[in-house]
Design a protein around this ligand. Structure first.
Ligand code: NDP
Length: 285
């Protein structure tokens, strides 16, 4: 039997509709939520992401401010801009599109954004709060993964979730959030021995490796839920996930496609976080 294809666009639309309703309540209470997006340099993929974020803001009734800085911007100049945005009461969320040019340390930038405006959830204060189960801004991609599982009513508690990848922006936080949902979590990485043996035990498999088709059908147990975070550009220009989708969908019970799976969720969760920040700052529900 073929897997149910999880429609990330549909779920993202539902999240954005809720964000839009929240933005409306903010406007009624004084002002629209506002997200400031900074991009440094001309990376084409980053430009696409920034454009998509702007469009999503427009669709949700969120004001978006865009700061496009030249590739040779000094770190001090970027930090000065962040300080300005931190101090601006009308700005609810600040994000700096990664990756940054070599002269700028990413840690310095994520650490400079006020945790209360860190809608990407990358500040160490928010990372610590997430790990301790406190309310905070959750990183958008892993939070999107959980949102998809819940939307599809895929049970998480008591299930074995295997996360392949341990980056700070996807693998580790995805594992932490699955643990918070009471899954039994295994995290795999490039030094994991007998990877396929472990992935075959997964009820929920999250792939965040960055290698097209890395997870093959023989690595899955029948009926499992496969969440493919990977976004890989192939030589013909098309996009592929980390999972061999065509073969995996014949084994899995649920599977996300690429594109149209986790990708749209990331921006939707950013909208949700921005509205949450504005509501907190306006003191409304
Ligand atoms: P990183 O390159 O930072 O991390 C990749 C992880 O995969 C590492 O932990 C690495 O292990 C692990 N890995 C590499 N090779 C193997 C292997 N042979 N066996 C097991 N594990 C391996 O990538 P990101 O986490 O930033 O991104 C992962 C993918 O998700 C990419 O395709 C990226 O484009 C995509 N992505 C998608 C987003 C979305 O919105 N949908 C958002 C962010 C990322 P080790 O730590 O040992 O090196």
């Amino acid at each position: 039997m073929s897997a149910k294809i999880i429609d990330g666009k549909e779920i993202a639309a539902a999240v954005k509709a809720k964000a839009a309703a929240g933005a409306e309540r903010c406007r009624a209470a004084g002002r629209a939520p506002c997200l400031a997006v900074i991009i440094v340099g001309e990376d084409p993929a980053s430009k696409v992401y920034v454009r998509n974020k702007k469009r999503a803001c427009e669709a949700c009734g969120i004001t978006s401010l865009e700061y496009a800085l030249p590739a040779d911007t000094a770190q001090a100049a970027l930090l000065a801009l962040i300080e300005e945005l931190n101090a601006d009461d009308d700005v609810d969320g600040i994000l700096c599109q990664l990756p940054l040019p070599g002269q700028i340390a990413e840690d310095a930038v994520t650490g400079a954004i006020l945790p209360e405006k860190d809608v990407d959830g990358f500040h160490l204060v928010n990372v610590g709060k997430m790990l301790s189960g406190k309310d905070c801004f959750l990183p958008c991609t892993p939070a999107g993964v959980i949102e998809m599982l819940k939307y599809e009513k895929i049970p998480i508690a008591g299930k074995h979730a295997v996360v392949v990848g341990r980056s700070n922006i996807v693998g580790k936080p995805a594992a932490a959030l699955l643990l918070k949902e009471n899954a039994t979590v295994t995290v795999c990485h490039s030094r994991t021995a007998n990877l396929a043996e472990i992935t075959r035990q997964a009820d929920i498999l999250v792939a965040a490796v960055g290698r097209p088709g890395f997870i093959t059908a023989d690595m899955l147990s029948p009926g499992c839920a496969v969440i493919d975070v990977g976004i890989n550009r192939l030589s013909d220009g098309s996009l592929a996930g980390d999972v061999d989708f065509a073969a995996a969908k014949e084994i899995a019970g649920f599977i996300t496609p690429v594109p149209g799976g986790v990708g749209p969720m990331t921006i939707a969760m950013l909208m949700k976080n921005t509205v949450k920040s504005c509501k907190l700052r306006l003191g409304i529900e």
